[in-house]
Design a protein around this ligand. Structure first.
Ligand SMILES: Nc1nc2c(c(=O)[nH]1)N[C@H]1C(S)=C(S)[C@@H](COP(=O)(O)OP(=O)(O)OC[C@H]3O[C@@H](n4cnc5c(=O)[nH]c(N)nc54)[C@H](O)[C@@H]3O)O[C@H]1N2
Ligand SMILES: Nc1nc2c(c(=O)[nH]1)N[C@H]1C(S)=C(S)[C@@H](COP(=O)(O)OP(=O)(O)OC[C@H]3O[C@@H](n4cnc5c(=O)[nH]c(N)nc54)[C@H](O)[C@@H]3O)O[C@H]1N2
Ligand code: SF4
Ligand SMILES: [Mo]
Length: 767
């Protein structure tokens, strides 16, 4: 390597969860190549405390290593642009920054003056995870605030459901993956760290390590044979998507009839398994979980393996075998990914999976977890503060299209509006930063298109991105961002391996054209509103980063000085493993859960009350018990027209739509519809045929991958492919974006996206 090559640390910023540090080799102002942390152990001080994660080595995956192709992409946005022609057509003209900022501030002022601050919405967008990743909220809060949002597209159903079991404060409580190393049995529902936690900083490393050292028996319950269980295919228990709660019910039935439940634990730590722990006024009515299982409950149906087999497509003998293991092998570590809950019945599924550790008393002990998603570690550095939002109203993020088209009809009880009983205005102004959630990542793209092109509804859409995305096509003003490698940028570890880290990213190369950082853009807008001083506190972005770091260091004396950190590039420390709810287990009176009863609530009275009070459309189910229901548009609604399930998943080629245009990644991991030979054969489909997938909502064209790695009756399509359709023509999406097929119908309790639930037909395109 020649001497004039410099190495500079920055980080991968996308939302795959890992946030790997990247080491850039730069010569003559150009990136020569990109590597990760492992080659530079000197830069990685060993925290040393954990038996598992001795030296964290957050190594980038194939995507992060291709980021140069994104930075240097000919598709980079270089100048501010203004829409010409109809909204959504994707035609723009170049304008100056002054014109763009004047236009935006006029629109913002007009929106606030005419409709009030509740008409301003900051769209969901996860493309930038960094200390100064979200600046607009800070600005608009100084201007009187904006319509808030709760939920995310990742965890809506589990986040809404788990508080009813474990309490608000413990909703996400779980042990880290490495704790599973002490387990003898691991049951993993819809969770594929090898795909969703790739890279050295992702949990895939922890999971591989667990598999190597624990010697535990592992069951992977998934509709696909994922990368996480390839090589160990005996671990795979194929299941029809959306039916995990039926599997759990049947396992639970076997635990009860074989006396494998931990009755002492249930009596002391839980509510509602049977009458002895039911709230007094609800006893004697067969409302408990035991009655539900044995067929003495509300539906009179015993949840035997024979009952569950045709629902789950898992043979009764396999369910019995799994139930015996769950009932007899200790310690038992149960976890779930977020795939099972991203369905129309996801709230029920999420709570149901948590029943296995509860019934067996495998909670709060070494080698156990809570049945929730594995834990992620706390971040060391706080983000740029947004300040308080004076607007109280909040919507579930998945319902923003409703808030655009019929916001003033939305109430707490019909649409899950929070903070107010009813919205006072529709959304009139959308700010979308580092997100592709207007269309590509949202759902029901064809319906969203119709809502967005109607300028009488949402009057202003501002999009900031680095490349021309499908969402960006709907912008009125389109702003080009500086990528994180083109500016000073700090990031902490993500939902990663069990460790903590900070990357002190420095500017690697210059941004092209007139790209401008979001911090500078928002500061310039603040100046137009006379708020520059309050917005910036007279700090540059670099000064904010150093300031936020120093604040963290005041709390945490183990952190290196800022200067040392910058010299190191990346600081990380291993964490010792922990056991979720260990205190509760040891002394439930001294450490009660944050549920109304202080115990784990198998039957939730507050959920029962909500189920009665809320107005639910036909076919939506909310239940105080973690029962099985197929959900709306579930598999039991399949018709001759739409006979197959089309479930989604997150795949290796992209982080959502990010990296979706990188040619080498497309070649390495081609975007293909997984289809079982049993479904492919009668349709005359072989691998690499082009097929049409149609739902009630739209049609995509994509290549087929005929494989036994998917359960029959279900096809699988990775989310995040770039939508590519003639929206004034046939609207057939030849990019194969699954959200062309999905609906806008939110789930009952969370009002979240149930986008993994779809019914479709698949046909061969003419050869
Ligand atoms: N059908 C279906 N839909 C889904 C999902 C699913 O499983 N199925 N998953 C959902 C989930 S879990 C999530 S989190 C969402 C994610 O949805 P999004 O948050 O929209 O994620 P991305 O598609 O990665 O979009 C991130 C955007 O940020 C841009 N970006 C990257 N770096 C920068 C930068 O430095 N500056 C700026 N300004 N922009 C940048 C990228 O170009 C990209 O357009 O998708 C959801 N949508
Ligand atoms: N490579 C990559 N990694 C990512 C992302 C990405 O886009 N690409 N996105 C990141 C983000 S923001 C998030 S939120 C997470 C998402 O993480 P998850 O939500 O956990 O990911 P999914 O792939 O949607 O689902 C996990 C597994 O569940 C399976 N599955 C789907 N439905 C069901 C079901 O009903 N039952 C069962 N048993 N299994 C089911 C899928 O086949 C998949 O293997 O991933 C993160 N990591
Ligand atoms: S694992 Fe995630 S953060 Fe790490 S390089 Fe890959 S895409 Fe980037
Ligand atoms: Mo997500």
């Amino acid at each position: 390597m020649s001497d004039d090559t410099r190495t500079i640390w920055s980080h991968c910023t996308v939302n795959c969860g890992a946030r790997c540090p990247l080491l850039f080799h730069v010569r003559d102002g150009r990136i020569i190549w990109v590597e990760g942390a492992s080659a530079h152990d000197g830069a990685l001080p060993d925290g040393g405390a954990s038996p598992a994660a001795s030296v964290p080595q957050p190594r980038p995956c194939l995507r992060g290593r291709t980021v140069r192709r994104w930075i240097e992409s000919p598709h980079r946005l270089r100048y501010p642009q203004r829409r010409v022609g109809a909204r959504g057509e994707g035609r723009f003209e170049r304008i100056t920054w002054d014109e763009a900022l004047d236009d935006i501030s006029t629109r913002l002022r007009h929106t606030i003056d005419t409709y009030g601050n509740e008409a301003v919405y900051v769209a969901y967008g996860t493309g930038v995870h960094a200390t100064t990743g979200r600046c607009f909220e800070r600005l608009v809060n100084l201007l009187g605030g904006h319509l808030g949002r709760y939920n995310d597209y990742s965890t809506a159903q589990i986040a809404a459901a788990m508080p009813y079991t474990y309490g608000e404060a413990d909703a996400f409580t779980a042990s880290p993956l490495i704790e599973a190393a002490s387990a003898r049995l691991i049951v993993n529902f819809g969770n594929s760290p090898a795909e969703t936690s790739m890279g050295g900083a992702g949990g895939s490393r922890d999971f591989s390590w667990v598999r190597e050292v624990s010697g535990a028996r592992i069951y992977q319950v998934d509709y696909r044979l994922t990368e996480t269980c390839t090589g160990h295919p005996d671990e795979w228990l194929p299941i029809r998507p959306g039916t995990d709660a039926a599997l759990v019910s049947a396992i639970a039935h076997e635990l009860v009839v074989n006396d494998w439940i931990d009755q002492d634990f249930l009596d002391a730590y839980t509510i509602g398994f049977d009458d002895t722990t039911m709230p007094m006024h609800l006893r004697g009515q067969n409302l408990g979980y035991r009655d539900y299982l044995l067929g003495t409950g509300y539906d009179g149906m015993p949840k035997t393996p024979e009952w569950a087999a045709p629902i789950t497509q898992i043979p009764a003998e396999s369910i019995r075998r799994l139930a015996r293991d769950v009932g007899t092998i200790r310690p038992l570590f149960v976890m779930q990914g977020w795939g099972p809950q991203r369905h129309s019945n996801g709230e029920l599924t999420a709570r149901a999976i948590a029943m296995l550790p509860l019934l067996t008393g495998q909670v709060g002990l070494p080698g156990t977890s809570t049945g929730s998603h594995e834990a992620s570690s706390d971040r060391l550095i706080a983000d740029l503060p947004s300040g308080p939002n004076p607007v109280k109203a909040r919507i579930s993020c998945f319902t923003w299209t409703d808030a655009v088209s019929r916001g003033t009809e939305m109430t707490a009880e019909s649409d899950g509006v929070r903070g107010v009983d009813r919205l006072s205005t529709n959304i009139k102004f959308i700010w979308s930063y580092a997100g592709n959630c207007l269309t590509n990542q949202h759902g029901g793209i064809n319906m969203v298109h119709d809502i967005l092109v109607d300028e009488s509804l949402c009057e202003s859409i501002i999009v900031t991105d680095t490349v021309m995305t499908d969402s960006a096509r709907y912008a009125d003003i389109l702003l080009p961002d500086v990528m994180r490698m083109e500016q000073t940028s700090m990031a902490c570890q993500g939902e990663s391996e069990w460790y903590q880290g900070v990357t002190f990213g420095q500017k690697v190369v210059d941004a092209p054209g007139e790209c401008r950082t979001s911090y500078d853009v928002c500061a310039a807008l603040a100046r137009r509103f006379g708020l520059w001083q309050r917005f910036t506190r007279e700090r540059s972005q670099e000064e904010w980063i150093a300031h936020l770091y120093e604040e963290a260091r005041d709390r945490d004396h183990g952190l290196p000085s800022y200067e040392d950190g910058v010299a190191m590039g990346h600081y990380s420390r291993a964490l010792p493993t922990t056991v979720a709810l260990a205190d509760f287990r040891r002394d439930p009176a001294a450490h009660p859960l944050s549920t109304p009863s202080g115990k784990a609530e198998i039957f939730s009275e507050s959920l029962a009350r909500k189920a009665t009070a809320w107005k639910l459309p036909e076919g939506e189910v909310m239940s105080p018990l973690p029962i099985y229901d197929a959900g709306f548009e579930g598999w039991d609604r399949a018709t001759d027209e739409y006979p197959l399930i089309c479930a989604g998943y997150h795949d290796k080629a992209r982080a959502h739509s990010s990296f979706g245009s990188i040619e080498s990644l497309k070649q390495a991991c081609p975007h293909r519809l997984w289809i079982n030979p049993i479904d492919a054969q009668p349709r005359g489909i072989v691998s690499d045929d082009r097929v049409r997938v149609s739902s009630r909502y739209g049609t995509v064209e994509v290549l087929a991958r005929v494989t036994r790695r998917i359960i029959p009756g279900t096809v699988g399509l990775a989310q995040g492919a770039w939508h590519e359709a003639d929206m004034v023509g046939d609207r057939v999406d030849v990019g194969g974006c699954i959200n062309t097929l999905t609906s806008l119908h939110p789930s009952p309790l969370a009002k979240g996206n149930g986008v993994h639930t779809n019914l479709v037909q698949v046909r061969l395109c003419k050869r």
